[in-house]
Design a protein around this ligand. Structure first.
Ligand code: FCB
Length: 457
């Protein structure tokens, strides 16, 4: 890789990739699967670019063995995936579909046989449509259905799953799904959004309780949040206040109830009137001890005071002159800042980077190679920041790249390619990109080269 000494990672560090069911599996009706809100949403005209859907996606439901072989060849030791709830309960609750459960049973056995620790996410946004028809996350009863589903999964797979994650990015599920409407179920209603925030958190608490009673002792359980440092666009008091509020809405809305058992005061002042009733036991359940916190990091948020923005008068700006991917500003130092902040402001807890990655408009060259230099640079810059944070004592147990495969990137469809491995969506051929080879080297050495020109190297 290079002759300069590598920046080392802890021994037993988890290295892998992350995925989610709807984005890769395809086979939306196979073996008795019921529809999810993403099946409905992606088939609704105008919701997804070019009317694309996850009907085929990367055909992982059919090709999971090949995909696992690929990860093994890369030398990875962990794999994060999510369960499609409506494969297990086609109607959301009630009658169980054993064939759906069998798929994940086979997947987990295959992972273990290939030396990959299964990291299981119970909910990555694909709510069974039947539960949506009964009100979805704004309906408090959905929290009980989630806990029942968690218990069933724990009973069947609990002996073999290494790490449990209740929810993926509940902030996005609540806000993109119920406030902006860019994601399924496509609702635009602040009441529905804040009801979803509280019920997603409550469902986490109830599922955590169910998992604790079903799982063998000592199985680590966590939740994955999308977190970003929030910076004011200028140092005017207005922009600073806007950034402070935005931080409460984006980060502390989930961190504080989970880790301190209370919602931030600023959030309640701004949006409290949209919350559903909070019952006496709710925050106790929500703040039950976690074994780790999953952190998805992609970018930071730069915020200015904006009287036009309803409810919070704060909105995001794109700083000029900085580097952008197809979706977001590229800001590697934010990962270091975020990890140090979590260590400073919250009780000690192992952290797990459960997603980090970048969309690049990759293509296959005439010689069959995919030269995704921009992704290598992105991963390199972020890994250096991660290593710096670990050196400073932040307890990080692993790092997962989003994603192994190019896949269905929600409202963008297949335009955003995040994979270490290229997928030709016509033929379903997989081609390991240059970044995949590069990442395999990082994993093999359990270390990352210093950045070119970095001080002291
Ligand atoms: C995250 C999601 C994941 C993927 C990446 C790019 O917000 O958890 O499913 O879409 O972004």
């Amino acid at each position: 890789m290079t002759d300069t000494p590598l920046l080392p990672f802890p021994s037993n560090f988890l290295w892998g990739t992350a995925s989610s069911a709807y984005q890769i599996e395809g086979s939306p009706t196979a073996d008795g699967k019921g529809p999810s809100i993403w099946d409905t949403f992606s088939h609704t005209p105008g919701k997804i670019e070019r009317q694309e859907t996850g009907d085929r996606a990367a055909e992982h439901y059919l090709r999971y063995q090949d995909d696992i072989r690929l990860m093994k060849e890369m030398g990875l030791n962990a794999y994060r995936f999510s369960i499609a709830w409506s494969r297990i309960f086609p109607q959301g609750n009630g009658s169980l579909n054993p064939a759906g459960l069998d798929f994940y049973d086979r997947l987990i056995d295959e992972l273990l046989a290939n030396g990959l620790a299964p990291v299981l996410t119970l909910f990555h946004w694909d709510l069974p449509q039947a539960l949506q028809d009964q009100g979805g996350w704004p309906n408090r009863q959905t929290t009980d259905a989630f806990a029942d589903y968690a218990a069933v999964i724990a009973r069947r797979l609990g002996d073999r799953v290494a790490y449990w994650i209740t929810h993926n990015e509940p902030w996005v599920a609540a806000m993109a799904g119920h406030f902006t409407g860019e994601h399924a179920p496509g609702i635009q209603d602040p009441f529905a959004a804040l009801q979803s925030v509280h019920h997603l958190l409550l469902s986490h608490g109830k599922a955590l309780q169910a998992l604790r009673s079903e799982l063998p002792a000592g199985k680590p359980i966590g939740i994955t949040l999308n977190l970003s440092p929030v910076h004011p666009a200028s140092n005017t008091p207005e922009d600073q206040a806007a950034a402070h509020l935005f931080d409460a809405v984006l980060n502390r809305s989930f961190l504080d109830p989970l880790l301190y058992g209370c919602y931030p005061q600023e959030l309640l002042e701004a949006l409290g009137s949209f919350f559903p009733p909070i019952e006496p036991d709710d925050l106790r359940l929500i703040s039950a001890p976690l074994d780790f916190l999953g952190v998805n990091y992609y970018t930071r948020a730069v915020i200015h005071h904006d009287p036009q923005t309803p409810l919070i008068q704060a909105s995001q700006v794109q700083p000029i002159g900085n580097e952008y991917s197809q979706m977001w500003e590229i800001y590697p130092a934010g990962l270091f800042e975020l990890l140090l902040r979590l260590q400073r402001d919250y009780p000690p807890l192992p952290l797990f980077i459960t997603e980090n990655g970048v969309p690049v408009p990759d293509g296959v060259d005439a010689d069959g190679r995919v030269r995704d230099e921009r992704r290598i640079r992105y991963l390199h810059q972020h890994l250096v920041q991660l290593q710096r944070a670990i050196q400073q004592g932040v307890p990080v147990i692993g790092y997962l790249v989003w994603s192994l495969l190019d896949n269905f990137e929600w409202a963008y469809g297949y335009r955003m390619r995040f994979g270490l491995c290229y997928v030709d969506f016509e033929t379903q051929q997989r081609i390991l990109k240059d970044s995949g080879r590069w990442f395999a080297e990082i994993v093999r050495h359990n270390g990352v080269p210093p950045l070119p020109g970095a001080q002291g190297t």
